[in-house]
Write a protein that binds this ligand. Structure first.
Ligand SMILES: [Zn+2]
Length: 237
């Protein structure tokens, strides 16, 4: 999971979302679902807009691995039907996360605040720490702990993918260092296009933390992760 910048919508779409919301009676999740299903063009527009906000080729905003195929309602329609067409409530999810993990779950703390990380509203890495050598997340907060559990962020296939991504990131960064300008551009493009963007983000962040040389064990890689030119080239997220 990485922090994402929510895009704005064209005024015509905002008007349409408001119009659709006004047709949903309070507490009527059946009407909200029917309206959501029948509003194909609006749904597709939202999905495409989320795809542009997501990392790489439009990866799932939860796992960062699968391609995002559907619009997930962060606060489920079942819980708050009037947020079915709320742009701030829309995230892009892969089929697997949507059907098997997040689903209609929306745990709250004692004060009624969500215990799930919204990557468009806060930086997930403030709540989650990635153990780079294992590809496993450790919770830093209660919200982090709940998000790991609800979204299945430590499922074995994701851990394996992240562990492999660490090697791929390192190889691409070394290629960036030695390459001619075209090779460098290609390396940066590939780094940004890869699944598991959270791995690169975590590596960049942890390279600046105390004890980084113990984490990476490779000072050459560590120096490159701290290289201002590379960090600038990657900083278009
Ligand atoms: Zn997913």
């Amino acid at each position: 999971m990485i922090a994402l910048q929510r895009a704005s919508l064209p005024p015509a779409v905002v008007t349409e979302l408001t119009r659709l919301t006004s047709r949903i009676p309070h507490g009527d999740s059946d009407t909200a679902r029917k309206l959501w299903r029948s509003s194909r063009d609006t749904r597709r527009f939202i999905r495409d807009r989320l795809g542009l906000m997501a990392a790489g080729r439009g990866y799932c905003m939860y796992c960062g691995d699968g391609l995002g195929t559907s619009v997930d309602h962060f606060e489920p329609i079942a819980r708050n039907p009037r947020r079915a067409f709320d742009w701030l409530n829309h995230l892009l999810a892969c089929e697997f996360c949507n059907s098997h993990f997040k689903r209609d779950r929306f745990p709250l703390d004692a004060d009624g605040h969500p215990l799930l990380i919204d990557p468009t509203a806060e930086d997930p890495l403030d709540h989650l720490f990635l153990v780079i050598s294992l590809g496993t997340y450790l919770p830093q907060t209660e919200k982090g702990r709940t998000t790991i559990a609800v979204c299945g962020l430590n499922r074995p296939l994701l851990e394996r993918g992240r562990a492999a991504a660490v090697d791929q990131v390192a190889a691409l960064i070394f290629r960036w260092r030695t390459g001619v300008p075209e090779t460098r551009d290609r390396a940066v493009w590939t780094l940004r296009d890869q699944p598991h963007a959270d791995v690169l983000q975590a590596m960049l962040r942890q390279a600046s933390m105390p004890g980084a040389s113990r984490v990476f064990g490779d000072n050459e890689l560590l120096d490159l992760l701290r290289d201002e030119e590379l960090r600038r080239a990657l900083a278009t997220w």
